[in-house]
Design a protein. Sequence first.
Length: 517
Amino acid sequence: MNRLLTKEEQQLLDREFCSLTGLPPLILMEQAAAGLTGLIGSLLESCQEKEGAVDALIFAGGGNNGGDGWASARQLLAAGYEVLVFDASDGQRATGDHMINRQAFERLGGTVIGRMETLAGREALIAVDALYGTGFNSQRQMPEKVREALHALALLKESGSLSGACDIPCGGDANTGQAIPETVAADLTCTFGRKKIGLVTHPGLLYAGEVFEFPLSMTDEFAEQLLEGHRRVFELDENTAGGPAPERRPDAHKGQFGRLLLIGGQEGMTGALILAARASERMGVGYTMIRAPEKSLPLIAGAVPSALLSAVPEEGSAAKHELPQPDAIAVGPGAGGAPWVEKAVRHLLGQPMPIIIDADGLNALARMEDTNDLLQKRREKGFSPAVLTPHPGEFLRLAPGSEELLRQDRLAAARQLADETGSIVVLKGMATVIAMPDGDAYINTTGNAGLAKGGSGDVLTGMIAGLAAQGGAVGDAVKRAVYLHGLAADIALEKYLSEIAVTPEDLIDLIGEAMLC
């Protein structure tokens, strides 16, 4: 299941599962612990032995996450591993399932420590964070014992211990991915029920490491039925991205694969439009048409000889219609700040075909006082939603009052703009967020720092537009293009061995290979 959950949604599933089945919550804790134990056991089998090192050291907090840790420690003990538990409950009296599992561990001869000095310098092959999980709240004062545990975790990681987290690293927010400075980045995280949003979005994914999901005994059908009406968030991966493009018939012709119009390319900035055009052709569009200022056309013609060209109308002249009617339009790459850009954007929003707005097209939107009304009216007419593809700077120009929201919760920020404009918002950056106007959202799982170069966004615009022109839902085109764009960067990284060496041109060259993955 690719759906991501908030901590509140997972808690709801847990409660309703126990209510429906009559099974106590202790059963879910035992299942979660079994997943963690199995993962730790498999890792220990592959770990290189160190003389005098304890197999596993589990840091257990005072809540249910700590209860998972105590239960896993008991299971590891039964499997013959040497396991110690650092009690980080800070003297709080544990109750319920947490206490049951702690007592069971101790009654079976398990060793509990309250100070790191007890180890007398011994190492741990694996150090496990079972301190708070999804229950962490940055607004509450962190107990000193937990701070001590986090400090010890950090030192163990520095000394070579494998670092694991139970459900989510302590200090991380399960809903937003935000993390306090003391959070220790895990090498791996074992999460229960369903993956939490904070493990996949930025910056949470930087702390989660490799994530292993253990669904317990709840079916997808149970979860979907119970969460009906909740706004959905999905991982954007090979499953949700739409799969490979259908094979084309041997007798196919260009007229079957759409006409795309790209608008931009101010003199001195033609490269952006050229990258977008080349990317759109790699995505298989039948016709690529380009409209740019007259002085830019010779350079564009030399770089994209297969494109049909048209000049942007000069100030005061009538619009030209010498190009065929397009099936999709992208405006903004290299467009600059000329007055015609705003006029073009305003006109295009009233057209029925898919519209993708990027770069200087977004800047033009930001200068227009009636932007949200124009975008919402487009939806009211039954047209497909406009696609807005801002990086964070462009986003804040479109939504200047959202700086704090953007910093705290990228998903919520993208959704807010999608709600206000009735548009599809592609908030670029690590773990790109796609927010649909119907409330659904997707967090991309592909891409790397090689995309941090001017021109990468122009390639994405061309990819989205090239797919959108070929028909189907524009939202599907966005999802597939965003996923393939990041995947092409991942393939380039593997090829060139460094993000530094990856260029926007490489992305275009590797689109075909990405399509086959």
